[in-house]
Design a protein around this ligand. Structure first.
Ligand code: NDP
Length: 449
């Protein structure tokens, strides 16, 4: 027996679920196939559990900070199993919510691995489905470089479910996941070494923030090793011995590779269609998410764009509106805000100082580096850093960057202003909320350079 759909979505992650449920709400007959967990990477082994772990990590500082305010807690201790299992229960609850989000507008959920048989047919297990349109939203999968002993490495898929935490962990990579987990695991009391192959992690972010974050993480006792890489991993006793490219060795209890993600294209049956792959290994799409095969679409991480959940959500929404609601507007990728949930958080929107200069813009740079009011009593040496990049001719704020508590929460609001084209004069004429950290963004009077 074959079923026929208007839209068949492969992958129930952020982009796929949004496209499926919105399409169904516009009246389309929709199915979504998923072989693992509803909600995809973000809900299960990404943003959501990571943020829960990040909250957990902050408590280490909070207990310390409280002392300066007169609080004396007894001996503090951390129980990994409690955090891990509470997190898993919450994720299972969210899986159920995702199921409801799909079922309510009438999306059929098909459990199993989907394989394209042709431009309009998909096989899942023994069943074959036909659809006028097919969306490939299968996301990505952690990539571990091909080095001797790579089988000993864990990735962000495993770190959320470890039986026990090691005493020391080595994290390889200098991107979002590596930097967030270095902070999180250090906050949970583990000795952390973070190894990155170039001179400074978080390539592409504003250099001043990268430098300051490195300083802050160093102060917290994280062993940051730049211009270094892991050449091989060997089992050694209960743990591992890493051979480093600089020639040294490092003994560690676990090795987490956070060296990027690759599109999850294995056994998808793309060879049965005209869908083409870019030189980077992603599905090639145009701005309307059309592949080279008419009727097959792709979006989210599998297309190699901006690998962020809110971007996949915007793309899924856009495709559903385009296909089933007559709305042809394109996704606006300008000024996407983003945060790294490191300790302290780093968040940013718009251009870094380097990017603005590379683009030949005549800019004024405003910076503020200060001690958070809270830390005058807590004694915590962490500093907050804010930075605005202003285009001189237009007076437009073209970049805003922050390193400090709740940076993501603050930059989200600033992103609205930047998206709306706010000038520095608009920032200056906005009255601050006192005393807050965020008010510094509207009180930066003198340009630093
Ligand atoms: P990233 O692409 O951010 O970082 C990968 C890192 O691994 C880079 O530092 C890269 O170095 C390094 N690397 C790549 N290949 C090798 C290699 N062979 N040997 C050593 N180092 C290597 O990927 P992540 O895995 O951190 O995260 C995946 C994506 O998920 C991110 O791009 C981000 O879009 C998203 N994400 C977003 C989060 C958020 O919004 N807070 C949180 C987590 C993930 P180099 O700089 O030299 O290329």
């Amino acid at each position: 027996m074959t079923e026929h759909y208007d839209l068949f979505v492969i992958g129930a992650g952020s982009g796929g679920v949004r496209a499926a449920r919105m399409s169904a709400s516009f009246g389309a007959r929709v199915a979504v196939a998923e072989s693992r967990y509803l909600g995809g990477t973000c809900v299960n082994v990404g943003c959501v559990p990571k943020k829960l772990f990040s909250y957990a990590a902050h408590f280490a500082d909070d207990f310390q900070d409280a002392r300066g305010f007169g609080w004396q807690a007894g001996e503090i201790s951390f129980d990994w199993a409690t955090l891990r299992d509470n997190k898993t229960r919450e994720i299972e609850r969210l899986n159920g919510i995702y199921r409801g989000l799909l079922e309510k507008p009438g999306v059929d959920i098909i459990r199993g691995h989907a394989r394209l048989l042709g431009p309009k047919s998909v096989q899942v297990g023994e069943q074959v489905f036909h659809a006028d349109k097919i969306l490939v939203a299968v996301g990505g999968w952690p990539y571990v470089p091909d080095i001797p002993g790579r089988e000993h490495a864990i990735t962000s898929n495993e770190i959320f479910y470890l039986d026990t935490l090691p005493g020391h962990i080595t994290i390889v990579g200098g991107g979002y996941i590596a930097t967030e987990f270095a902070s999180i695991l250090a906050g949970l009391g583990i000795q952390v070494s973070q190894i990155y192959r170039r001179e400074l992690f978080l390539r592409g972010f504003d250099s001043e923030l990268r430098e300051q974050l490195a300083g802050e993480m160093g102060t917290k006792g994280i062993d940051l090793r730049f211009n270094e890489n892991v050449a091989a991993i060997a089992k050694a006793g209960e743990g591992y011995r890493l051979s480093l490219t600089s020639g040294g060795e490092l003994d560690t209890g676990a090795v987490l590779f956070a060296t990027g993600r690759r599109p999850a294209l294995e056994n998808l049956g793309l060879e049965n269609t005209a869908v083409s792959i870019t030189s980077g290994g992603y599905i090639e799409v145009n701005s309307q998410f059309e592949t080279q095969e008419p009727g097959i679409y792709a979006l989210g991480d599998v297309t190699g764009g901006v690998e962020l959940t809110p971007v996949a959500l915007a793309e899924g929404m856009n495709l559903a509106r385009r296909l089933f609601n007559g709305d042809d507007r394109a996704v606006d990728y300008a000024n996407i805000p983003t945060a790294i949930f490191s300790l302290p958080n780093l968040a940013t929107v718009g251009l870094s100082e380097e990017a603005a200069r590379e683009q030949g813009k005549d800019i004024a740079v405003y910076t503020s580096h200060f001690r958070h009011l809270k830390h005058t009593l807590s004694g915590n040496p962490t500093k907050t850093f804010l930075k605005l990049i202003v285009e001189r001719g237009s007076d437009k704020v073209i970049g805003a960057h922050m390193l400090g508590d709740e940076a993501g929460e603050i930059i989200q609001g600033i992103a609205v202003a930047i998206k709306a084209g706010a000038t520095k004069a608009d920032f200056d004429s906005t009255i601050g909320i006192h005393p807050t950290v965020a008010e510094e963004f509207v009180t930066m009077r003198e340009a630093t350079r």
